[in-house]
Write a protein that binds this ligand. Structure first.
Ligand code: ZN
Length: 153
């Protein structure tokens, strides 16, 4: 048996499985493979220690505790608006700020130098799509709020 074959067989062994006769014979006379075997057994032993330290049961317990701390999803969706208006405003401010910031930024000047006036059109289109998407999302997920706004009193 060659060292290569010996290693392959070593790796295929289960943790508590004894090596077959020809592998055992090879290990008995090959120092290098014995060292590999020792390393492998050490690695497997470390794995088992790590496994014992965080048992499945403990992990399950933690997950269960976390899920129970959270209210059931459908109740939460009904109790709260999908996203606070404050967050939407913040996102809007960020987008508009980004547009303004971009127009006065050095990198935009650089882009304009590199690509000419076409970059104005491209950026404008991209930002337009971005803003439209934002507004659609805003109105879409605040439909009830918007309806309340336009409902005759
Ligand atoms: Zn060997």
């Amino acid at each position: 048996m060659t060292c290569r074959e010996a290693l392959r067989e070593l790796l295929a062994l289960d943790a508590d499985q004894e090596p077959r006769q020809d592998l055992a014979a090879h290990l008995a006379r090959c120092e290098r493979c014995r060292q590999e075997e020792a390393k492998l057994r050490f690695a497997l032993a470390s794995l088992r220690v790590a496994e014992r330290e965080s048992t499945d049961e403990e992990l399950t317990g933690r997950i269960m505790a976390a899920t129970q701390a959270e209210p059931p999803r459908h109740e939460a969706a009904e109790a709260h608006e999908p996203m606070p208006l404050r967050n939407w405003l913040l996102a809007g401010v960020l987008i508009v700020g980004g547009i303004l910031g971009l127009h006065y930024s050095k990198s935009f000047e650089w882009l304009r130098l590199a690509f000419g006036e076409a970059i104005d059109l491209a950026i404008g289109l991209i930002l337009g799509v971005f803003l439209t998407t934002y507004l659609c999302l805003l109105v879409g997920s605040n439909l009830r709020r918007v309806q309340r706004l336009f409902r005759p009193h």
